[in-house]
Design a protein around this ligand. Structure first.
Ligand code: 6R9
Length: 650
């Protein structure tokens, strides 16, 4: 265990917005009187009609309801753009760095205003109205940010689908939120490779149509100029639509609790859930966390390497930074193209001060060797950040020593799609760090550790992580299924929000996230429900049954281990293994590809027929000696076979 304390570096202490005393004081205020605290900090954004009510939330299992600033009105795009025009019109809002190092662009707040307004009008010209869902299936190009903000400007609700998802996954998301509008590109470009986004969209629309979901319009950005089919009457070129549209689009007045976006995320059961975030509380929370967690100061260049297809891209590439009038960098490419120096070359090229990435990227770059880092300058860097999964102390120390040259604090930020923004994190000028710990709660956040029965545990302890009360950035519901929202998050421990994560608290009150305790696995920082991969596998004609678990993977954090039982008469083979991997890629997307597939004549089941995943997890982890109680198994013999034929780990 690395319990060594890394104090706030001296230069950071001098420059930072707040120190530890201030943190403790503000934290106490936020817990003692949330109405006063958030009533005050809600003013950090512009309201059309100011709120008079602040917090109106209930975690009561029978009546879960979450509202913040409910009688206020505002517009998110006006907050992210218009209100900066007077003071920052000519400041760069977005630096775009293309996949090819020769491609980049600076977009000022004034340019952003015109482009977003035109696209907002183009949406309207094509029939999009307030409250309609718009699916965004775009690569990391500025148009993705324009599309988000254009939706916000006219009160449409965006649903971004990560460009790595398959046509079927895209279709499911289109159907679930009944979205009749899509914005996509001809092709994406990552690491020199093309991604057929428009062709995928065409397939998805066909699939959705079979289930009765009709897509009226598809707006297509020309990114690569690749050869694609355009369907007359349905498909519209982006450049033509915005050119024809007026640059004048007054922002729609929205209620604080009107939906801003839906983002699908994996859970332990069933299909991905449409996590719904609303307007006022979300923006207050995203902008406030962005400022304090990254210690963002005027004119600094800030870079979050996430994709806008994930929540991190929503809150910390687009909404948080732009609400704060920051310069935010958007990167189309990947960490190791053209070489593993790319991140640091981009840092030098654009003088990045704050850099926020995922442990999986750090581990991969660490594996490539420190020469790739050391040949770059990086003197502009001031703050480093980590998100997406627990960061192992080795990677943390490498990030701190080699990348940040012991000068830059690392903010290890724990949060979720559901939480809208960061909940547990160091603050650069306030928190002494421990490698691998997300440290302490942000303002207004009351973490608790509970045992399996829901009893709160005090002091240094380990158990399941819950949050005792609401904060403004919290999701409001599962789109179209409030009951599922209540069941998933408020039924395990009544009266508390259950995170699905395990957690340890040490004697200093620091939190250490230990990973998911449900059937969600975290592959390279991407959430996958094991149930999703299982249903993809059993959809294959040769597969009769499948069980999927995570196992420790040196680069990805967790890898996907699939146990597969074949149909009567089918023979296991290496070829079939490969075919099944390909099958899952096609069904869900490359991020869901199983790393290891083991053919199993039988799966360990209880007498009532439940698959005992605990045992499968242990076998995948090579931890045979502590399989635990196997006495409830219907046929204990299957376990021996599984152990004998276990697949080698990466
Ligand atoms: C923001 C994001 C959420 C899950 C979460 C947890 C894991 C995220 C973490 C972390 C340890 C961190 N997670 N950040 N675990 N330390 N700093 O990643 O959202 O995609 O919804 O994933 O990711 O397990 O529950 P999302």
């Amino acid at each position: 265990m690395h319990d060594e304390l890394y104090p706030v570096p001296e230069a950071t202490a001098k420059a930072a917005l707040i120190d530890n005393d201030k943190y403790l004081q503000m934290y106490q205020q936020s817990i003692d009187d949330p109405n006063a605290f958030w009533g005050e900090h809600g003013k950090r954004i512009d309201w059309i009609k100011p709120y008079t009510k602040v917090k109106n939330t209930s975690y009561d299992y029978h009546n879960v309801s979450i509202k913040w600033f409910e009688d206020g009105t505002l517009n998110v795009a006006a907050n992210c753009i218009d209100r900066h025009l007077e003071t920052r019109g000519d400041q760069t809002a977005i630096i775009w760095e293309g996949d090819d190092p020769a491609d980049d662009e600076h977009i000022t707040y004034r340019q952003l205003h015109e482009r977003v307004s035109r696209l907002a009008n183009a949406f309207k010209d094509n029939g999009v109205k307030k409250g309609d869902r718009v699916t965004i299936y775009l690569p990391m190009i500025p148009e993705a940010a324009y599309a988000m903000l254009a939706c916000a400007r006219i009160g449409a609700v965006h649903s971004i689908v990560f460009g790595g998802f398959s046509p079927d996954s895209l279709a499911n998301r289109i159907e679930d939120c009944r979205s009749s509008f899509i914005i996509t590109a001809d092709e994406g470009l990552r690491g020199g490779r093309k991604v057929p986004l428009k062709a995928n969209t065409d397939k998805a629309i066909e699939v959705a149509a079979r289930d009765g979901a009709v897509v009226d319009k598809v707006i297509v950005v020309k990114r690569t100029g690749g050869d694609i089919a355009m369907k007359e009457g349905r498909d519209v070129w982006y450049h033509e639509a915005v050119e024809a549209a007026s640059p004048d689009c007054p922002p729609e007045e929205m209620s604080a609790e009107d939906p801003l976006f839906i983002l699908y995320t994996s859970g332990s059961t069933g299909k991905p859930k449409g996590v719904m975030h609303t307007t006022g509380g979300y923006l207050v929370y995203a902008s406030m966390t962005h400022e304090y967690v990254f210690d963002y100061q005027d004119a600094e260049v800030y870079w979050c390497t996430a994709d806008v297809g994930w929540v991190t891209g929503h809150s910390y590439i687009v909404y948080g930074p732009l609400a704060n009038g920051a310069t935010t960098l958007m990167f189309e490419g990947v960490p190791n193209y053209p070489s593993p120096s790319r991140f640091w070359e981009v840092v030098d090229k654009h003088k990045v001060s704050i850099f926020y990435t995922a442990p999986t990227a750090i581990r991969a770059l660490m594996g490539a060797g420190e020469d790739y880092v050391k040949k770059t300058d990086r003197s502009s860097l001031r703050i480093l950040g980590s998100v997406g999964e627990p960061i192992n102390p080795e990677a943390w120390i490498w990030y701190y020593d080699v990348v940040g040259e012991k000068r830059c604090p690392i903010v290890d930020t724990w949060w979720q799609t559901e939480t809208g923004g960061i909940l547990i994190t160091p603050l650069p000028g306030a928190t002494a760090l421990k490698p691998g710990s997300a440290t302490r709660p942000f303002f207004g956040i009351q973490p608790q550790i509970v045992d399996a029965e829901g009893k709160e545990l005090d002091g240094a302890t380990e158990g399941n992580l819950v949050i005792a009360d609401s904060w403004p950035g919290q999701m409001r519901t599962v789109y179209g299924d409030h009951e599922r929202f209540v069941q998933t998050y408020f039924s395990t421990y009544k009266g508390k929000y259950f995170t699905g994560d395990g957690c340890r608290r040490d004697a200093d009150g620091y939190y250490w996230i230990t990973g998911r305790v449900d059937d969600v696995i975290n592959v390279s920082g991407h959430r996958m429900g094991t149930a999703e991969v299982e249903s993809a596998l059993v959809a294959h004609p040769k597969v009769s049954e499948a069980a999927v678990v995570g196992y420790p993977h040196s680069l990805k954090g967790q890898g996907i281990y699939a146990y597969v039982t074949l149909m009567e008469g089918e023979e296991p083979s290496e070829e079939l293994q490969k075919e099944l991997v390909k099958w899952v890629r096609n069904e869900i997307g490359p991020i869901a590809s199983p790393d290891l597939i083991q053919f199993a004549p039988g799966l360990p089941k209880t007498r009532s027929g439940k698959i005992m995943r605990r045992i499968l997890r242990k076998i995948a982890e090579d931890a045979f000696e502590n399989l635990g109680d196997t006495s409830t198994l219907a046929d204990p013999g299957v376990v021996e076979d599984l152990i004998e034929n276990r697949q080698n780990r990466a």
